[in-house]
Design a protein around this ligand. Structure first.
Ligand code: TXA
Ligand code: MG
Length: 339
C-alpha cells in the first residue's frame, strides 16, 4: 500500500478515508497524529498495528468543539474543572481525562474506565475532524519509541506504506505533545507536561498535582497513571547524556570529550565555542523555541549515522521547559552527569 500525500485543499479526501475506516496522518499544533474514527474499534486497531504500539496504551480522542463531548456521548460527567480549563485553553495543547461511557471502544481506552479528550487548535485538524463527522482517535504519528513527528515528512519517514494517507499542514507550532491532566479522580494531576504549563493550569484551578513519573523514573513494577509514561520514549538511536552545570562547564565538558561520533544538542550562543558537531535548539532560555525544535533536532541527529553520543544540558523545569525536560530525560534513560 502506497501512502497518499495530501495538501490542505484535499481535506475531503482525508475525511473520506477516515469515514471508511482508514488511517491518516494529520497535522496538529503539537505534533502530527495518526488518526482513525474513534468510534470504530476496527479502524482504531489499525493505528496500533501501524505504530507497533502496545495495546495497553490508550489513545487521545480529538474533537472539533467542546459540545462534541456530549454530542458523541463520550464521558459520564463533565466536572466544573473541565469547563474552566476548556474555557481557558481549548482549542489548544491540553488533553483532559474523564470517566468514559461505553460509547468509547475498548481499543481507544485500552481497558481503562477513562478517556482522554483534546480539542486541537490547528485549523486543518479541526477541518478534518468536522469533515469526517466523527471524533478522531490519534496518538503521535511516529513509530513506537522514536521521536514524535512535527512535519509531514517526519510522518512519511516512519509510516510510508503503513498508513493510507498523510495530510500536510506545515510544521507543528508547539513541537511537543499536549499537556495531559486527569480530572477523573481527586485533585487534578498532570500526567504529561506540554504547551499548557503547570503554572498556567494552577492559575485556573488553584491546586494541581504533578505526577511523579513526569520528573522521575517509575520504580520497577510500579503502575503508571498514564501508561505511555512507562515506555522508553523519544529515544534517538544515539546515546543521549544530560549535563548539569553552568554554560561554561557544559562547553568545557563537551570539548574535553570531542570526537567524530559526538554531537552537542546546544543553544545558539554555544555554537562558536563548541568543537564538535552541533544541533541547536534555539537561543538560551527560549523554552518555547526549544520545544518547537526538539524532536526535529533529535531526528536530524539520528539521520547523521556517525553520531553515537549526544551531549545536552539538563533543561530547566520552568514553564514549557518542563515539557522539554520530561522528553529529554526519557531520551537519556534518566542519565544525568553533574559537572
Ligand atoms: O499532542 C498530543 O497529545 C498528540 C496529538 C496527536 O494530539 N497525541 C499524542 O498521543 O501525543 P500519544 O498517544 O502519543 O500520547 C498520549 C498519552 C500517552 O502517554 C497515553 O498513555 C496517555 O496519553 N493517555 C491516553 N489516554 C489515557 C487515559 N485514559 N488515562 C491515562 N493516560 C492516557
Ligand atoms: Mg506518542
Amino acid at each position: 500500500m502506497k501512502t497518499l500525500v495530501l495538501d490542505e485543499k484535499q481535506i475531503d479526501i482525508a475525511a473520506d478515508i477516515l469515514k471508511n475506516g482508514g488511517v491518516v496522518g494529520i497535522p496538529t499544533e503539537t505534533v502530527y497524529g495518526l488518526a482513525a474514527d474513534a468510534l470504530n474499534g476496527a479502524a482504531v486497531a489499525k493505528i496500533f498495528r501501524a505504530k507497533g504500539r502496545p495495546m495497553d496504551n490508550p489513545l487521545i480522542v480529538h474533537i472539533a468543539d467542546f459540545s462534541d463531548i456530549r454530542r458523541f456521548d463520550l464521558v459520564r460527567e463533565i466536572p466544573e474543572s473541565a469547563e474552566a480549563l476548556a474555557k481557558a485553553f481549548w482549542p489548544g495543547p491540553l488533553t483532559m481525562i474523564f470517566k468514559r461511557t461505553d460509547a468509547v471502544p475498548s481499543e481507544v481506552s485500552a481497558g481503562l474506565d477513562t478517556v482522554a479528550i483534546r480539542f486541537p487548535s490547528h485549523p486543518v485538524a479541526q477541518a478534518v475532524i468536522r469533515a469526517a463527522g466523527t471524533p478522531l482517535a490519534a496518538p503521535s504519528a511516529n513509530l513506537s519509541g522514536s521521536p514524535s513527528p512535527t512535519t509531514a515528512r517526519h510522518v512519511l519517514n516512519d509510516m510510508d506504506g503503513r498508513i493510507d494517507a498523510v495530510l500536510d499542514g506545515g510544521a507543528s507550532a508547539v513541537g511537543v505533545e499536549s499537556t495531559v491532566i486527569t480530572l477523573a479522580a481527586g485533585t487534578p494531576r498532570v500526567l504529561r507536561p506540554g504547551g499548557v504549563t503547570v503554572e498556567m493550569l494552577r492559575e485556573v484551578l488553584g491546586e494541581v498535582d504533578v505526577d511523579d513519573a513526569v520528573l522521575h523514573q517509575l520504580a520497577e513494577g510500579a503502575e503508571a497513571a498514564s501508561p505511555g509514561m512507562k515506555y522508553k520514549h523519544y529515544a534517538p538511536k544515539a546515546n543521549v547524556i544530560l549535563l548539569k552545570g553552568s554554560d561554561r562547564a557544559y562547553i568545557d565538558y563537551v570539548n574535553a570529550h570531542a570526537g567524530d561520533d559526538v554531537c552537542a544538542l546546544c543553544c545558539d550562543e554555544d555554537l562558536l565555542d563548541l568543537k564538535v558537531k552541533t544541533v541547536s535548539l534555539g537561543r538560551r532560555g527560549d523554552y518555547l523555541t526549544h520545544a518547537r525544535h526538539l524532536f526535529d533536532c533529535l531526528r536530524r541527529m539520528d539521520e547523521n549515522k556517525t553520531v553515537r553520543t549526544v551531549y545536552s544540558r539538563l533543561p530547566s523545569t520552568e514553564g514549557v521547559g518542563l515539557a522539554v525536560y520530561n522528553r529529554l530525560i526519557r531520551a537519556a534513560g534518566f542519565e544525568v552527569i553533574e559537572l
